[in-house]
Design a protein. Structure first.
Lengths: 199, 199
DNA sequence: ACCGTTTTATATCGGTCGATCAAGAACGGA
DNA sequence: TCCGTTCTTGATCGACCGATATAAAACGGT
């Protein structure tokens, strides 16, 4: 019986996410958001409560669509080593094609240390990503597609670190040869040719 | 013959750097800076011109003291492989002890894409760091302390990526085991035990 | 057709932003 | 001792910040 909304939730959230993604949280004003979402400030506050609440909504949505979904899909339908290779290569090609980088990484640096709520979400998702790498590596070590030279635990830690690093470099020194070379080197670690040595 | 300044340039620049370092560029207001530097806004503008000019000054100073100096010292007086190990281990211990992280990395994400001047400085310094790794690795490969399995170029790229990644994780998921494990794994790549295979 | 509810649109709210102005204070050169 | 220059001080500039108050408009249930 109330008056229905005149805007599409998904569309305005996409627009808001893009703003935060491009410019960060602090540098995006409510008026910027309103303009991008084609929403008057009052409607924005009525629908989402506050700038901060809108941001956490965008971040959650982004992570579900750009991380969880991708990780789940790769882990379910791709051999473990290929899953890791695909994931890293996708990070690189996306980073080179999209100057916005990764909202998770951008927010990790800007907000995580000063915003407990966002910090908790980000820490959880990073741990999730580490788990993805560890499970893939462990599975790959069992089926022989990944070297057992090193511990899956530390290999996963380095893979997570590499992803974070690639995202930073893509924003500050976006040279394809750099990103591709680093990725190639990280993936070379998984190569089961080399058989000696312990970590 | 003019009236001399009443403040110590080095001290106020240290205070300003600390603010930018802690909270980032956008989230640090001129009033915050003034309070930290014990300087009234007009004096700040008289001495440094603008918030942005002050920032670039702080960034340059920071980089000279925390990067160039360290790189030069390590490269001049330490065997190449040890230089890399020391550099990475110092990154980890500093990251764990200092929640501010690295001003270079923080600024790379926040400003590099939207501020051409800062972006240029940061890109140059990142390239410099990559060069440091490449020279150390090449030297280590010549003296046998680093495996020649992989190209120095790609190994250096991965080392640079790892440093960036460690700095991000330190701010968002500061678990010592994670940072130390990733570092250990990255350094294991240099181990000259493993002798086969090409990249 | 009217009512209750929610969403719109307009016009702000007090506060803070980066930056500046005018006036006085502190020095060295003459 | 006085002058010219620079620095310090306190008040304040217009613009923008996040957030709201108010009231008109749009719907479904009855």
């Amino acid at each position: 019986m109330p008056r229905p909304r005149e805007f599409d939730d998904a569309a305005v959230l996409d627009a808001a996410t893009d703003q935060f993604w491009r410019y960060g949280y602090a540098a995006t004003s409510v008026r910027d958001l309103g303009q991008a979402m084609r929403l008057v400030p009052a409607s924005l506050y009525n629908a989402f409560g506050s700038k901060h609440a809108l941001f956490t909504l965008c971040l959650d949505r982004y992570l579900d669509r750009n991380m969880r979904e991708r990780v789940a899909r790769l882990e379910a339908s791709t051999p473990p080593r290929t899953a890791i290779e695909t994931f890293l290569n996708e990070i690189v090609s996306r980073s080179l094609a999209d100057p916005r980088g990764c909202l998770l990484v951008n927010s990790a640096l800007e907000l995580a240390p000063h915003d407990a709520e966002v910090g908790t979400v980000i820490a959880a998702r990073l741990a999730e990503l580490e788990g993805f790498f560890r499970r893939c590596i462990a599975a790959g070590q069992r089926d022989g597609s990944i070297a057992s030279t090193y511990s899956a635990r530390n290999l996963a830690r380095l893979m997570l670190t590499t992803v974070m690093g690639l995202r930073v470099l893509a924003r500050a020194l976006p040279e394809p040869a750099l990103l591709r070379g680093a990725t190639r080197q990280a993936l070379a670690l998984l190569e089961p040719t080399c058989t000696e040595q312990t970590t």
